[in-house]
Design a protein around this ligand. Structure first.
Ligand code: IMP
Length: 435
């Protein structure tokens, strides 16, 4: 019963989509367990007529494979309008989402338009203290879930249930929206619109927990696809500059409703450097030509919002923290090719916070804001590595760099990504192997 969780080790955008896409070949089920359409996985699939770029926000990237069940579990907040657009986009590309290819939990919460409106209005009002949310209504939807007044997917299939929920929540949301100067929402209109949407989704709605339990019993390999990254976890990230869900490994069990003992491997995905979108501390952030070079070479612009990502050097104290919190059994180092051509590569080995040296980062936003990175340098390489198929083919300096990242993080490297394509991946050790 192999179960593998894939987690972003940094601030999201580590290239999880591509790694999940590759590992999906070994799995029968791919499960999203938290977040929503704030995530954006860019996949480049080598089709017969050349590379094709696909961005998925909600549907697990496993949908691009045949015979896989893609699960959107109860821990996810679902914007059903976006979900249907994604289904349509796939259909336009020639991929019809079959009834048994997608399973949406009856218990997943729904992102309603008033959630997006509140998210955006709040951010506008925050002026200088913005969190930099994606504006997708993620936080407000999780608020309603915690307040036990959220609309669930099952409510979209039942007029009375939906109406009852909306009568509870919309008047209160409208008061707040009015205060923000935003037009109120009408319960009748929302009821009709969202029942119609529910009708379109009905064929994919079901019981994820039972499906996953049955799959485990039959020996299926299950991949749990994390969204965002460790430092964006609501409980373990740089609060308040975080998202509203548990992005760390424990979130897979609570979000999908599976037992911890069913997990055999936790794969941490880390870029060979670091990026962050939105506000919040980022000790190794670069404001110079190196930062620009990373952004340009790494195409560091958000897959969801198009925002330029903040870029910086690899931060080992952040990685040690991620290893500690998630219990990574191995790492995938991504975007190694982006560093090609840089003379000197820096790695942050410790944070200096008020004169105290920290080997493991302290994710307290104020303290991390004061962290001064302690760097060591390594020589770069100039050879094109995008065609390397094995570690032996990598230049010696690239091999030494990866070895040092592994050593400093305290975790073995199982996968190295040297380009966006599926084939540009060196797999030393699959997390599914031996489980
Ligand atoms: P929210 O998830 O839209 O509420 O945004 C909260 C914070 O998480 C912001 O700093 C976002 O930029 C960040 N964030 C949310 N989703 C992602 C993601 O998929 N990748 C990177 N950052 C993200």
């Amino acid at each position: 019963m192999p179960g593998c969780i894939v987690i972003g080790a940094q601030w999201g955008d580590e290239g999880k989509g591509k790694i999940v896409d590759i590992l999906t070949a070994e799995a029968s089920h791919v499960v999203r367990f938290q977040g929503g359409n704030n995530a954006g996985h860019t996949l480049v699939v080598d089709s017969g007529s050349g590379p094709v770029k696909t961005v998925l926000h909600l549907i697990p990237s496993g949908i691009l494979h045949d015979d896989k069940v893609c699960v959107i579990a109860s821990g996810v907040v679902v914007d059903p309008v976006v979900l249907l657009q994604e289904v349509q986009g796939l259909a336009d590309g020639g991929l019809e989402v079959a009834d048994d290819a997608l399973l949406i939990s009856r218990d997943a919460h729904v992102i309603m338009p008033y959630h997006c409106a509140v998210d955006i209005a709040r951010e506008e009002r925050r002026a200088g203290s913005k969190i930099g949310t994606t504006g997708r209504g993620i936080g407000p939807a999780y608020e309603d879930r915690a307040a036990r007044r959220g609309v669930r997917i099952s409510d979209l299939l039942d007029r009375d249930a939906l109406r009852e929920r909306l009568e509870q929540v919309v008047p209160e949301r409208n008061v707040a929206l009015e205060w923000f100067g935003v037009a109120p929402f009408d319960i009748d209109t929302l009821t009709d619109e969202y029942l119609a949407i529910g009708d379109k989704l009905r064929r994919w709605v079901g019981d994820c927990r039972q499906t996953l339990a049955d799959a485990r019993r039959s020996g299926a390999a299950i991949l749990y696809e994390g969204a965002q990254g460790t430092l964006l976890d609501i409980g373990h990230g740089t609060y308040p500059f975080v998202t509203s869900s548990h992005t760390t490994a424990g979130g897979a069990c609570t979000g999908a409703g599976v037992p911890p003992m069913s997990i055999d491997a936790v794969l941490g995905i880390a870029k060979a450097y670091a990026t962050r979108v939105g506000s919040g501390p980022f000790p190794t952030e670069l404001f110079d030509a190196d930062g620009e070079a990373l952004r340009a070479a790494g195409h560091e612009f958000g897959a969801t919002t198009g925002r330029p990502r903040r870029c910086g050097w690899f931060d080992a104290p952040v990685m040690r923290y991620a290893v500690m919190v998630n219990g990574f059994t191995s790492l995938a180092i991504t975007k190694l090719d982006v560093l090609t051509g840089m003379d000197e590569l820096k790695i942050c080995v410790a944070h200096d916070v008020d004169g105290q040296r920290l080997d493991v980062c302290r994710p307290d936003a104020a303290a991390m804001e004061r962290a001064v990175p302690v760097y060591e340098s390594m020589p770069g390489w100039t050879e094109d590595i995008t065609g390397c198929q094995s570690v032996d083919e990598l230049p010696a300096n690239a091999r030494a760099f990866v070895d040092r990242l592994s050593e400093l993080s305290g975790c073995p490297v199982g996968i190295i990504s040297v380009g966006p394509g599926r084939r540009q991946t060196i797999v030393l050790n699959s997390p599914f192997a031996g489980s």
